[in-house]
Design a protein around this ligand. Sequence first.
Ligand code: ATP
Ligand code: MG
Length: 138
Amino acid sequence: MERTLSIIKPDGVAKGLIGEVLKRFEANGLKVAALKMIHLTKKQAQGFYAVHQEKPFFDSLTDFMSSGPCVVLILEGEGAIDKNRKLMGATDFRKADPGTIRADYASSIEQNIVHGSDAPETARFEIAYFFNALEIVN
Ligand code: ATP
Ligand code: MG
């Protein structure tokens, strides 16, 4: 059993896609172990995406991530990290497989509806960034 952190980004929430995205996770064997809505400050977005602080898109990305509310959730299941990344599709929606969340709904490389942890270590950091033990269901 593995856990991963997912975010329905501000564009996904603004487009009314919370239910659609959650439906895809649940239909594909990923269980929700924690969930909340949060409007990140610029500083909180910078902390979350600190690995990208040297990238040219960092300032724009953190502006976007703090532009409106997000839904943050923990998904649990066998191979949850990879399964979630497959359902999301490639970062660039033009390269994402048909039927993935990003292929269906993203509007740019930046505004791509969802985030998902990319490895066990990042999943641990990202889960702890948003949730304490009392907020996670077993
Ligand atoms: P995420 O970490 O959000 O799940 P990812 O792992 O597919 O996405 P990363 O390389 O980690 O992609 O980039 C983090 C986020 O930064 C992307 O999801 C996207 O919103 C934004 N981003 C990535 N590359 C670019 C780019 N070239 N131009 C603008 N924004 C970008
Ligand atoms: Mg990433």
